[in-house]
Write a protein of this length. Structure first.
Length: 131
């Protein structure tokens, strides 16, 4: 479906987590799920709504509006996950990051399908049900 968006979300989810709880004395690759979710919720919008990124380039949407909508989609998609209390950040990035990226990309492309550019680069950005 939206492979590049999913891959971007996975790459972000696999990136080092900043501002990790300094009092958490376990393996730094194991984080509390609430921390991982907050990192994803706060950083995914800027990653996906980059002015040169596909969302802003392929849809008639401003960067500001994109940030607002993707933050809302990210929040909703992350709420839909059932995560254990602690997760391995790397594995979460691959598995849960894929699910979040797929959810955000699908919601965004369905909402903005009518404003999608007709360039060949943007035609890959379409909901699954639209083949």
């Amino acid at each position: 479906m939206l492979n590049s968006i999913i891959l971007l979300t996975i790459a972000f989810a696999n990136s080092p987590l900043q501002d990790h709880d300094k009092n958490y004395d376990h393996d730094p690759l194991i984080v509390k799920s609430y921390f991982w979710i907050s990192q994803m919720e706060n950083k995914i919008p800027a990653t996906l709504c980059n002015p040169e990124g596909e969302f802003v380039a392929c849809y008639q949407i401003s960067e500001g509006q994109c940030l607002k909508e993707v933050k809302s989609f990210a929040r909703d998609c992350l709420k839909g996950l059932t995560l254990p209390n602690e997760i391995q950040a790397h594995l979460a990035g691959e598995f849960w990051g894929y699910k979040v990226g797929q959810c955000i990309g699908k919601n965004f492309s369905i909402k903005h399908n009518q404003s999608r550019s007709t360039t060949s680069e943007c035609q890959i950005l379409q909901p699954e049900n639209e083949n």
